[in-house]
Design a protein around this ligand. Structure first.
Ligand code: G4P
Length: 547
């Protein structure tokens, strides 16, 4: 008989040991904070919807749909940007499953790989990777996976659209193993493909799950099976399919590694579930996997010391800032991941960067599509804090300790353009608008030491258009983006004397970012190499830590 990949060995004590941290207070231990990564169209929106449905957060599937569709075309994307309501409330969603509290953090939907995505992934403890059973590992999945790997995030895989003609199960697993260099272990195994897809055998719980095609929102029929030689299997699965399934399982047993919880937590092994999000099939098993395998809220890197989730004092960090729904008000929502403690509304926290106290009186928890005032939150939760610009990405809030979350980077932009106000007299206004977007993380803004205008840097060309439309909409300021003589930006660091000497000799290339840090602009890799050779005391870097 096939050993369960997870076997019964996943006991609570093993979980605790694997997490290698003291037993957490139950409120924290029950939190699961994760993101979904996928290639557009693989079914992220549909799966999110079903999560919320089973989490009791929405009554009917279909409420999140607008977003998936809006994402698809450029004009719709702009509309979505205007319609801030959708994107703000969908940025983080909390719902309950079983005795667990799930916090699902949305990764930005557009296909330009952005640092926004990276920063979002600094706020989660795990990721669900959704792949399309017919298409396998696609480009965007691969990129996002690499980002998860940088942080060794544990990954749970959901192979979607099994109700359609899909690839051979072994082929799919092989492709994941090869393209992503991660061990894959089946948590369920599909029976039949395409039109003949019947359901899955749940290898963890020894259950046969049969899909109901008639009602897409119905939970699958679940039949307890006492091991693979249980005659009950034959009652539900036609002989031909059953034989094929048993053969495959026999092979899988020989070829595939068994589930190892520590490897999963280390990010070197992913369990895979097969299902069909649109038919609500396989979704609950996946959710159960998130609940059972975790991980619980993890420690956060910080300076001068790391923050452990079980510390009694509250500490949180801002990983994302978003303009508020109403463009006429310059309010913004800072998304804070609580790294430790038990937060209560009205608490006065220290804003570490400015060393000033901040009363957090109207924090928001994102309960599915409704925003709700957060009366309390625990380590692992994501909270929205409305503010007028005090909170920036990378900021830390504590109960007084001067500690700063680290590991939230800013990347050098890949595209640079000069931005000018349609009305030259409005250049001060433009500066203000651009600085706000820079603090929101929507763009990099550089003020050249020489010359006029601002140089704006982004990762994907679409962002220039979104920016232009937002500046006009939110600040009533028509702007132009023009080609810039520069194509690369690097932050300059080193001893003050060395940096000053460097600035003096390279004035045409020098600018300052919105934090006032020195940036070297150039169009040639050759220039960057030259600096490395001629100024050994100065470092040019493509990333900077936000703090
Ligand atoms: P995304 O957020 O990852 O971009 O994907 P989304 O959920 O929007 O799904 C993309 C398309 O795939 C949608 O079809 C959706 O209905 C379909 N889909 C999702 N899960 C499944 C599944 O398990 N089986 C099948 N057969 N299709 C699935 P669409 O035609 O673009 O939209 P719609 O007309 O269905 O709304």
């Amino acid at each position: 008989r096939l050993r369960n990949p997870a076997d019964a060995s996943i006991s609570q004590s093993m979980l605790d040991r694997a997490h290698n941290q003291p037993e957490l207070p139950p409120e924290i231990a029950r939190r699961r904070t994760f993101a979904i990564i996928s290639h557009p169209d693989a079914g992220k929106t549909t799966l999110t919807e079903k999560f919320l449905l089973y989490g009791g957060a929405i009554q009917m599937a279909g409420q999140v749909r607008a977003k998936g569709e809006a994402r698809r075309t450029r004009s719709d994307f702009m509309q979505m940007e205007k319609d801030r309501g959708i994107s703000v409330s969908a940025s983080a969603m909390s719902f309950d499953f079983d005795s667990y509290r799930f916090n699902l953090v949305d990764t930005p939907g557009h296909s330009d790989f952005s640092e926004d995505t990276y920063r979002t992934l600094t706020a989660v403890d795990a990721a669900v990777m959704v792949i399309d059973g017919a298409k396998g590992v696609e480009s965007q999945t691969q990129k996002l996976f690499e980002v998860c790997r940088l942080r060794d995030l544990p990954i749970l895989t959901f192979c979607n659209k099994m109700d359609r003609e899909s690839r051979d199960t072994f082929e799919i697993i092989d492709e994941i193993q090869e393209n992503l260099a991660i061990d894959v272990t089946p948590a369920s195994w599909p029976i039949g493909v395409g039109r003949d897809f019947l359901g899955c055998y749940d290898l963890i719980n020894d259950r046969l799950e049969l899909m109901d095609r008639a009602d897409r929102n119905k939970v699958s029929e679940s039949i307890e099976i006492n091991g693979l030689d249980d005659p009950k299997l034959a009652e539900h699965v036609p002989a031909e399919q059953l034989n094929k399934f048993l053969e495959e399982i026999e092979m899988a047993k020989e070829l595939m590694p068994q589930f190892n919880h520590q490897d999963f937590l280390d990010g070197t092994m992913t369990p895979i579930w097969f299902g069909s999000a649109i038919n609500s099939f396989g979704v609950q098993e996946l959710m159960q996997g998130i609940a059972d395998f975790g991980p619980q809220p993890q420690p956060q890197k910080a300076s001068p010391r790391a923050i452990s989730p079980d510390e009694p004092k509250v500490c949180g960090f801002v990983f994302k800032v978003q303009a508020n729904m109403d463009p006429k008000h310059r309010d913004r929502v800072a998304f804070v991941r609580l790294a430790s403690g038990h937060f209560k509304r009205g608490m006065k926290l220290t804003h570490v960067r400015s060393k000033k106290p901040m009363a957090i009186s109207n924090p928001v928890l994102f309960l599915a599509s409704d925003r709700e005032l957060a009366e309390e939150a625990w380590a692992g939760d994501i909270m929205g804090i409305p503010n007028h610009g005090q909170l920036r990405i990378g900021d830390t809030l504590t109960e007084g300790e001067m500690i700063r979350a680290t590991g939230i980077p800013s990347f050098a932009p890949e595209l640079l353009q000069t931005c000018r106000a349609g009305d030259p007299l409005k250049s001060k206004h433009l500066e203000k608008a651009l600085m706000q977007f820079a603090e929101e993380g929507a763009a990099k803004v550089f003020k050249p030491a020489f010359g006029s205008g601002f140089i704006v840097g982004v990762v994907g060309a679409l962002q220039f258009e979104v920016l232009a439309s937002r500046i006009e909409l939110e600040y009533g300021l028509p702007v132009r983006f023009e080609g810039s003589q520069f194509t690369s930006a690097r932050w300059v660091t080193g001893e003050k004397a060395a940096v000053d000497k460097f600035i003096e000799a390279n004035k045409q290339h020098i600018s300052h970012d919105n934090d006032g840090d020195v940036v070297f602009l150039t169009r040639l890799q050759w220039d960057i190499d030259r600096v490395a050779r001629d100024y050994p005391d100065v470092t040019l870097s493509a990333t900077k830590e936000m703090m």
